[in-house]
Ligand binder design. Structure first.
Ligand code: IMP
Ligand code: MG
Length: 186
């Protein structure tokens, strides 16, 4: 069966220019905060790959990049709270200054699991950076140091975020008008 292309029914929430400007600001702040530190950016796959690639280039420091694959939703349409590591870091983070880079914080369950897991690896410091934050759905409150945009409770896609694994490549962030919550991989 042919799947429908939803792009013509999308409303734009954040344009590529808005995103670009905000990512530059976050990059400048991180550059200031991490001078003379041992910065490693850890992107949470898959959603953070676009944000991380732009953010990393907006930071003027000799940083390291690593990725962690997490799956939080399983097949159901609501978050289960069950988080699974599908791809682990390739380097130790012991004594490093870690900034975790996420696409979106919704319930907070994914990042709170990740924080607990990372603390056992003894980094020197650990801070969280998310492009989007939906405060209305919080179950676990996590300390967010760098937030791109606070948004309403809408299911958003594009700039790394997927709808059933598609549309991660949209250069802007959009939402469907009659949205029903969708599950997917992180
Ligand atoms: P959490 O509920 O904070 O644990 O978020 C889990 C993950 O769900 C995020 O990292 C995203 O990958 C995904 N997610 C949450 N809200 C959305 C959305 O609006 N669009 C696409 N993915 C989402
Ligand atoms: Mg994610």
């Amino acid at each position: 069966m042919e799947e429908q292309d939803v792009r013509s029914n999308l409303k734009v929430l954040l344009t590529r220019d808005q995103i670009r400007a905000r990512v530059q600001e976050l990059g400048k702040r991180i550059t200031r905060d991490y001078r003379d530190k041992n910065l490693v950016l850890v992107g949470v796959l898959k959603g953070a790959f676009v944000f991380l690639s732009d953010l990393a280039r907006a930071i003027d420091l000799p940083l390291e990049i690593d990725f962690l694959g997490l799956s939080s939703y399983g097949a159901s349409t609501k978050t289960s709270g069950v988080v699974k590591i599908t791809h682990d870091l390739t380097q130790p983070i012991e004594d490093k200054d870690v900034v975790v880079v996420e696409d979106i914080v919704d319930t907070g369950l994914t990042l709170s699991y990740l924080m607990e897991n990372f603390k056992t690896r003894h980094p020197k410091s650990i801070k969280l950076c998310t492009l989007l934050y939906k405060p209305s759905n919080t179950i676990k409150k996590v300390p967010l140091e760098y937030v791109g945009f606070e948004i309403e409770d809408k299911f958003v896609i594009g700039y790394g975020l997927d709808l059933a694994e598609k549309y991660r490549n949209l250069p802007y962030i959009g939402y469907l008008e009659d949205d029903t919550k969708q599950g997917g991989d992180s």
